[in-house]
Design a protein around this ligand. Sequence first.
Ligand SMILES: [Zn+2]
Length: 332
Amino acid sequence: MLLSALAFVVGTATAAPGQKAYGTIEVPAGSDPALSIPVVVAHGAHPGPVLALVSGAHGTEYASIIALERVIARLDPAALSGTVIVVPLVNINSFEQKVPHVNPTDRKSMNRFYPGKADGSQTERASYMITKEVVDRCDYLIDLHGGDLDEDLRPYSYWPLSGNPKQDAITREMVLVFGIDHIIISSDRPKDPAPSRYLDNTANTRGKPAIAVEAGYAGTAHTDDIELLANGCFNVMRYLKMLPGSVIPVQNPVWIENVQTVTSDQNGIFYPLVERGTYVAQGMKIGTVTDYTGRTTLEARAPVSGIVLYICAVPSMTKGATIANIGVVAKQ
Ligand SMILES: [Zn+2]
């Protein structure tokens, strides 16, 4: 059975060399219902590395999901060296029910419970299956996100510092060739694979170079954001020599060394005063919160000088919720 020996299998998707196969990663029922997560395997006609592309952990970060739909359509296994695993929509219940941030089934974020648990709630079981079927099978990984329904976000990526200089050099190249020009230097992710929490970190703590990227905002699916993400995936394939052609890395990236979160200490109505991508000085007023009769109860100010990576996109404000994330530009 030569063909099956050469086939690449993820979940129910079995792709022979030169083929694209469609299937699902089946998450069995436990204390709550089962989940079928769609997966596509593009198994190249030529040998090469395995790249995993995952989006929709947050099912209303639409630009990232549509970007991977386009990647699936454009992947040509006949031209590919290596294998691409695409999981375009992890959090199907979030997408279908239009619930931001969490899986409505168990109210957990689907990018905080890696490497998952076989006997946990649905998010933990799904994370366990993705670790097993996707992370364990790949050599490189990209996790795609964007501003959620309530986040007015400018595109950025994360360069994760793993502590392994060789791996960090590869992930640095990956973020630069991906093509987003604002890059957060992420040094605070767990180093232990057991509580890896995030998907990209689950791959990195297992020695597989992985990055996370974000584009899109507030329920939109604009072409520029979608193409930024879709093209970035193909740029990384060229960098990994999975596709022919050269790729030019970002020439003058803005490195961000620290992200400060501004939160609200009360419920109310939020009025932003700045937009995503704005440069703000420390102490500058970035928005106000009023009570439900219009009386100002909070003036939100930038705790540091930096770039508004995202700001709350909707009037609904709750105690503890994020007003804005400000990125501090790294000193050269
Ligand atoms: Zn997300």
